[in-house]
Design a protein around this ligand. Structure first.
Ligand code: ZN
Length: 373
């Protein structure tokens, strides 16, 4: 049987909290990490109906995409709507955990799940988060001192890369120098050209550790003037970030792709609508689960044929189309994020096979009636 702490660890490995936007609130809302978890329910929103489903199914945890408590909260009294839900969950022994913008930017994340149900092949984020810069240190050291210098560098954090430690590359060559008057060489004699068998050690390190690494290098290196240089690797864009750019398996018109989205996404009163020439042929599209109008400029720069997201407002959409940007496809916010629930459930099934998972069947889209007449 799994503990709630293990569920949290599993989810945070897939959706690291550090990826959340600064204004967001993610993680454990209520629940005791030391308690057992046998059943976990997944939903986009924490509504009364979803909480009832969690409690009546006997779930020990509810995992939701949207935070229940986002802005400053000074009371969870049971006579307030959100406080009542917290009370209901706590009394039933059901924890609440949310993964919001961290799930949006993760790889795979919310927009990957959306792209997958639409039958798209993802090529990368709309707005990639830059991969942090990395220093590469190249150090020449006499062969018999290579191990001790390497150990000193590792001790201050150099040589770490992702899930790896003590990573380095070494090659042996010949170094040369002629010490001048005033020098106090560890090897060789003043005035004479000296050749030494040296190892070149290459390690990566965080730029913030430069001073510490240089101090450790000077302390461990036998030379009066250690031979080294540092280069900074350019910031590259990674696979993390908001939205996804994707390709269609075969070209479709905007009208056809809109119909495909309506068929693939769960039904809502809002439906799926598009803006732009219905006969425009789409090959490359961008998608963003949830409210995506902040990415309108980014998708225009990417030159995609269409952009599918939710909560597009009149003026931004109108202005965007006047600038001949990609065609727009607007779906219900809940519908674009719902596919994530199955993705998150799979994360838990894979990481904690003893836990039973279920995606809530409750449609939490706030709009209940659509009328085109
Ligand atoms: Zn959302």
């Amino acid at each position: 049987m799994a503990k709630l702490a293990e569920l949290i660890e599993t989810l945070e490995r897939a959706y690291p909290p550090r990826l959340a936007e600064s204004w967001d609130s993610v993680g454990l809302v209520c629940g005791d990490p030391g308690e057992d978890v046998r059943r976990v329910l997944f939903a986009v929103d924490v509504t009364e109906a979803v909480v009832e489903e969690a409690v009546s199914w006997g779930a020990q945890a509810l995992v939701a995409h949207h935070p229940l408590l986002l802005r400053g909260v000074d009371s969870v009294a049971a006579d307030r709507p959100k406080g009542a839900l917290i009370h209901r969950l706590v009394r039933a022994g059901c924890a609440l955990f949310t993964a919001h913008t961290n799930a949006d930017s993760a790889d795979p994340g919310v927009s990957d799940a959306l792209a997958a149900v639409l039958g798209l092949t993802v090529t990368g984020p709309i707005e990639p988060k830059p991969v942090p810069a990395v220093d590469k240190w190249s150090i020449q050291v006499p062969v018999d001192h290579a191990e001790s210098v390497l150990a000193a560098l590792f001790a201050v954090g150099a040589g770490g890369s992702g899930d790896y430690r003590e990573a380095a590359w070494r090659t042996t060559g010949t170094g040369q120098f002629r010490p001048l008057n005033g020098a106090n060489p560890a090897v060789g004699t003043v005035g004479e050209l000296t050749r030494v068998s040296e190892d070149r050690i290459e390690v990566v390190a965080a730029p913030r550790d430069r001073a510490t690494i240089l101090a450790a290098l000077r302390a461990a290196h036998p030379y009066e003037e250690p031979a080294y240089h540092v280069t900074e690797r350019a910031q590259l864009s990674g696979n993390l970030g908001l939205g996804r750019v994707a390709t269609l398996p075969e070209p479709l018109t905007l009208r056809e792709f809109t119909a495909r989205a309506a068929a693939a996404l769960p039904e809502t009163a809002w439906g799926v609508r598009c803006a732009g020439d219905p006969d425009r042929v789409l090959r490359r599209v961008a998608v963003c689960g949830g409210a995506g109008d902040s990415l309108l400029d980014a998708v225009t720069r990417l030159g995609v044929d269409a952009y599918l997201t939710a909560d597009l407002r009149h003026h931004p959409a109108d202005e965007h189309l006047r600038r001949s940007g990609p065609a727009l496809i607007d779906a219900a916010h809940w519908a674009t994020e719902f596919p994530w629930c199955a993705q998150a459930a799979e994360v838990v099934q894979t990481g904690l096979p003893e836990v039973e998972t279920r995606v809530s069947g409750v449609r939490t889209d706030p709009w209940t009636v659509g009328s085109a007449g």
